[in-house]
Design a protein around this ligand. Sequence first.
Ligand code: 5AD
Ligand code: SF4
Length: 470
Amino acid sequence: MNIPDLKKARKRTNNKIETKYSLYCLNDFQKKIGLSKKYFVKTYGCQMNEHDSENIKAILEEMGYTQTADMEKANLIILNTCAIRENAHNKVFGLLGRIKHMKQTKDVVVGFGGCMAQEEVIVNEIMKKYKWIDFVFGTHNIYYIPNLIEKAKTKQEIEVYSVEGDVIENIPVKRDSKYKAWVNIMYGCDKFCTYCIVPYTRGKQRSRLPKNIIAEVNNLVMSGYKEVTLLGQNVNAYGKDLDINYTMSNLLEDIAKTGIERIRFVTSHPWDFNDNMIDTISKYKNIMPYIHLPLQSGSSKILKLMGRRYTKEQYIELFDKLKKKIPNVAITTDIIVGFPNETDEDFQDTLDVVNKCKFDGAFTFVFSPRIGTPACKMIDTIDLKKKEERLQILNNLVNQYSKENNDKYLNKVVSVLLEDYSSKNSSYLKGYTDTMKLVNVKADKKYLGQIVDVKITSVKTWSMDGEIIN
Ligand code: 5AD
Ligand code: SF4
């Protein structure tokens, strides 16, 4: 048994831990455990978690399990959880209530994993109050799930490493889409923004070796994939831990040369966004002109308290440079309101930056204290009502700019990768422009998986409608 320890996780910045690169494999017994059984995986949180679930599903299928979309029919339920804000926690505990009920009437194995499993408080609670959960696995222990299922028959099994930072290659993947794929380029984060739990739950920054990433993208091209999204908490810092003088801009260039039609990457940190990267993005047509560039706050005072390592002015300078050098670039952002000590003037600074940058879109959040992070200990004097008011004001502004940016697309022709049926109307297909705008297109299903030219016929705040032109 290995249980998580946030203090241990935090110490890793002082002790340099070697990254171990190893391969995943299953034994013959494990390959039969799931025969004639069904699994159900519920995923919360970011794209990194979605992609981890694609790995979990493939591992389970190698064990003989088949997928079911109906939790009640499952013999094995796995929750892949998120720890970034309190409401993510609440949703998971809500579902656990239902599963407990189910377990009273049916023999079902329950696994609890992801970022919440990396938190000591949560695992302690599971050991005390949720003894019926069969096994717990951390974000570093996905490859170990077969062993946990095997061992969990007799007692609750917990395998959560706090400091280990391995890179395991060859983990199988069951991709949700046939046309676009997520590709991890790195794991973990070393930035330690003071509000953020990720550096503790996901471990130190570990870049995958370039040759393994490029091989994965080449395989995707050969299998007919049109788009890859390179994933990392902080992709611009890719390679810094490798000591081989190879950076994100080198990687982007090598991925562009594979010939894949569309390349995206998330998430960027303004701190590591250098000129080489900007030049590479503007040089290659298959690197999409879309950047998610979290601002977090427009107040330099709050940015300092957040440990973000840039000022309001530096953010705006980078923003202007991106707009100038990358033709037609769309930029979205993340913003937190109600960080401890945020005054009305600080909040006004955030609104000023939004008014200046007129973002294509923004994810907005109320600050949520995460146990074990430095910001959790800061004295929070702002009441919830005030925080919610600020969020509302910010959202109205963000939506206004989102609509204004979309309005510019009316009657224009854009290229769209049609990836699925529209959720609203099945005679429509949906897809994204190169700038990551959602478009619903009236089109026959034969166009699924194709990049087509679409004329935009109407525009809303979060999506557009269009028709295919020849
Ligand atoms: N409270 C509120 N928002 C947070 N985020 C991360 N941690 C917190 C927190 N403790 C937001 C940041 C980040 C996004 C993924 O979630 O804006 O960029
Ligand atoms: Fe969290 Fe900051 Fe790392 Fe992003 S860069 S994952 S906000 S610590």
